[in-house]
Design a protein around this ligand. Sequence first.
Ligand code: SF4
Ligand code: SF4
Length: 647
Amino acid sequence: MSELQGISLTRHLDSILEEFKSSKTIYDFPFNKMYRGQFSADLSVNFHGTQVATPLGPAAGPHTQLAQNIVLAFLGGSRIFELKTVQILDHLEIPRPCIDARNVCYNVEWSQELSLKESAREYVKAWLLLHFIRELELLGVERSSSLYNVHFDLSVGYDLKGISSPQMTAWFRQMQNARELIAEQLSELPSRYHGLKKSKIPTTLSNSVTLSTFHGCPGGEIEKIVEYLMGDLGLHVIVKMNPTLLGFERVQQILHHDLGYAHLVLLPKAFETDLNFEQAVAMMERLQAKAKSFNRFLGAKFTNTLVVGGEHSKLPGQEQYLSGPPLHVLAMEALHKFREKMGADFPVSFSAGLEAANVADTLACNIVPVTVCTDLLKIGGYTRLNKYFKNIEESFAQMEVSSLSQFILKRAKNAPDLAQAGFVNTRDYLKTLAKNSRYHFEKNQRLPKKSEKKLDFFECLTCNICMEVCPNAANFLFPVASQEFSMSDYRWDGHTFVAEGKFSITLEKGAEIANLAEFCNDCSNCDTFCPEVGGPYLVKPKLFLEKNNYEKYSGQGFYLEGNTILGKFDGAEYVLKFHAKKLHYEFISEMGTFLFDEDRLLSFVAKQERQRGDRAPLDKYLKMKILLTGLMKSGRYGATLLHRGQE
Ligand code: SF4
Ligand code: SF4
């Protein structure tokens, strides 16, 4: 596996601007699906002092780690971002694959794969890119509009020792005042961006945190962490609750009996070691008083994923974290039960099986923010958010309301205020959930369609699904001529190479898929949804942005350097240089150097002994030539990044 990495702000900016100019897309996200205030439903809410256009956003996870993920979620209409959870242990080995979202979703990933320093940089880059999109009015909306406002919510774990460590404390301080990091990033922008370099960028990247604690973290420790975050650091805090607080019997009833997921093994130990409901309520009551004394906001999030055992996914290990449709039912019940005890006005956020079909119902429960993860891993990826807004608009129209508060109030009929209305709506919604087949096992067994066809280096259905479902935008298209690329096969006759027969690669689609190595963390989600057999991230050409990453990599990979491409196949290394003046291609292989005028062999310089009949490795030449010419031609995203790497 190659190492996940962010890229420079300049590369992002070059890529965004060039791609937007050439195709009105950003990281392949189309303009017509961008959230530009085109919907009549007013979803604006105030969250920790920022008026944001929507209460929606990605949950801490695969959609909030790299800068481009956050930009993509923003384009879809997210405005509250729960950044990927960070913790003191920032060099974790996460098992791969780590996500299985074929129907419901299982994962074995948890906190960041980047170091604390790299995570901070990614968040600052995303912050800057969103401000540049505003400054340049790329959405076609005036920069003064609140439509561009965003809130970044930190997510941290997992214990007091780590969270209160000097490294983590320094990290929080940087997020609360990112002046230096912002200045550092701006100073690296080249002079052609002199206007943006002078932009006035707010330096408070975040003033809030959602706390994620391990399953089994004692209540006393959670309290101390919250006190530290509020009292010492001055942050607003949301505590993420585990679905286990419903108790083993209730979870078993809902999951196994009501919803039919009887094959999922519940782990009694997880219920014993997690806070139970009474403990969680008592803890939050004590913390409420503390929050008041610190003058900070305290909220609760419903919920974390549910730890389950058994053989039901393609992930390694005996335990996995469940999310998606069944979690929606569990989390909604936990939320309602909690509000019954803590009061309808206790602030809650939500993340569990959110999708276009239930987003309006969820918003009616008066929840901020409402976050999403599993659904964005499905076909359509970040663009699926567009349907959320269409559905919300439709629900508003049916109720003849135009704002979120009107929607919540009107739905609850006679509720005296927003908090009570949200409570009533949750209660009513909850009554429908266990009966709704949408959340049942029978409706969530279907696997993504797979053909018999084996995925190949070039030529596939070119359905673009692997591009949509990748949270990191690691897969991209580059143009190729639709034609049969054919050339002579050369064999050694004892003295020289002689042409003997032909071989060819036929490309019909006009474009080919490639994978950007530094953006890919081998999560395997593109493999899950690719209709052909074989993971695009494993089979398609893997392009490296950094030469040292290419050099370290032992698998099949490529690195573009001006008019030259370096390539590795089966452990052997190859170089293909295009000499533009003479239109010659120079191919350096383990056998020697071949010079071609297009596909006619002009000369050959031997490097090693050969046996009569040895075949020149020209299949590699042809593949690399197609790659090189395609990537040099492309003005689009992936290749733009590759080319900018030369500067
Ligand atoms: S690699 Fe698979 S998912 Fe990607 S375009 Fe080809 S067929 Fe579609
Ligand atoms: S390219 Fe595939 S394996 Fe790599 S990050 Fe994207 S979805 Fe995951």
